[in-house]
Design a protein around this ligand. Structure first.
Ligand code: PSU
Ligand code: MN
Length: 306
């Protein structure tokens, strides 16, 4: 029986009844991660990418007191335009439901909602992780802990390069989260294909992922899997070039006293400005690439579940 706080769009509801593959998409990237009006264009393109690849997109957000699984175009525009949308994680997902406030779901909250809706695959840009300086700020994204809890395959271009990537991989390992390179044994760094770190595991295709998921289920191992998909070669920005913008954005965040949930949106926004818009095109490309891979994985998972 469906939970009454979950509301499916017609498109997602019919995909579910027919057992067709569904890919969850998050909404914080729309409301907090990308600037208007490109955020709306990118949100629409992500949905189109999933459909073209043969799966059904389910963009997730909280609107009018319900966790919405699949949004129509008017909802997407509402999230893209709104300036007072909450950025929801595990701690406050239910608060947006109880108060009726609009909220966009981060990776953590989208994983919770996807798992509750029976969706096994989710595409994002880059997951949150251990922030640089976490040894004093204690800023570690709730995204990481969610992987230990929710059974969802998340396709991401590694973790955002604004983070401390070695520490992020250490925490994922501690939490028992598989990090699987998609056709690579290098861990990607969001805008760049190689962080200089290796990926603990790697796969060649969606069938490999489906077999891995089946084996994990057979062994009774719960929790998510991070599939790390590097950005396309044509769209990548060299690591040394990105590092300069990151260092500058981080300095500014510190001097302005930016903390908590505001850190990631601030850094991403400043990097778009400092790069003259280049980082935005790369972000667009990588998240579209992730949506396409997620659709392939959703199709393979549906085939094994038959
Ligand atoms: N990927 C992007 N842009 C984003 C995000 C991911 O390309 O803005 C969002 C995700 O919603 C992720 C969040 O969960 O950033 C991490 O926020 P924090 O570091 O505050 O946990
Ligand atoms: Mn944080």
């Amino acid at each position: 029986m469906d939970k009454d706080w979950l509301a499916f769009s017609t498109e997602v509801a019919s995909a579910r009844t027919q057992g067709r593959p569904v890919v969850a998409l998050e909404s914080t990237i729309i409301s907090h991660g990308l600037p208007w009006p490109r955020n709306l264009e990118i949100a629409r393109t992500l949905e189109a990418t999933v459909r073209t690849a043969g799966a059904t997109p389910a963009t997730i957000a909280v609107l009018d007191g319900r966790v919405r699984i699949g949004l129509d175009d008017a909802d997407l525009e509402r999230l893209a335009r709104a300036s007072s949308v909450m950025k929801l994680s595990r701690a406050d997902l239910a608060f947006a439901v109880s108060t009726g406030r609009p909220g966009a779901t981060t990776v953590a909250a989208t994983m919770i909602a996807a798992a509750a809706a029976g969706i096994s695959v989710f595409a994002t840009g880059g997951i949150g992780g251990v922030h640089r300086g976490a040894e004093t700020s204690f800023d570690i994204s709730a995204d990481l802990h969610e992987f230990a809890k929710s059974d969802v395959v998340v396709v991401s271009a590694g973790a955002k390069a604004i983070l401390d990537l070695p520490k992020t991989l250490e925490v994922l390992e501690t939490l028992g989260v598989p990090v699987v390179g998609w056709g690579t044994d290098r861990f990607p760094a969001f805008w760049s294909r190689d962080s200089g770190l290796s990926c603990p595991l790697s796969v060649e295709d969606a069938e490999d992922v489906a077999r891995f998921v089946s084996a994990r289920r057979a062994l009774g191992l719960s929790g998510g899997i991070l599939v790390a998909n590097p950005v396309a070669v044509e769209a990548e920005i060299a690591r040394e070039e990105v590092e300069g913008w990151i260092a500058r954005a981080l300095d500014e965040a510190t001097s302005r006293g930016i903390s908590g949930k505001a850190v990631t949106p601030f850094l991403l926004g400043r990097i778009v400005e400092l790069s003259g818009g280049r980082s935005l095109e790369t972000n667009r490309s990588l998240v579209i690439g992730n949506a396409a891979v997620a659709a392939q994985i959703a199709i393979a998972l549906t085939a094994t579940e038959d």
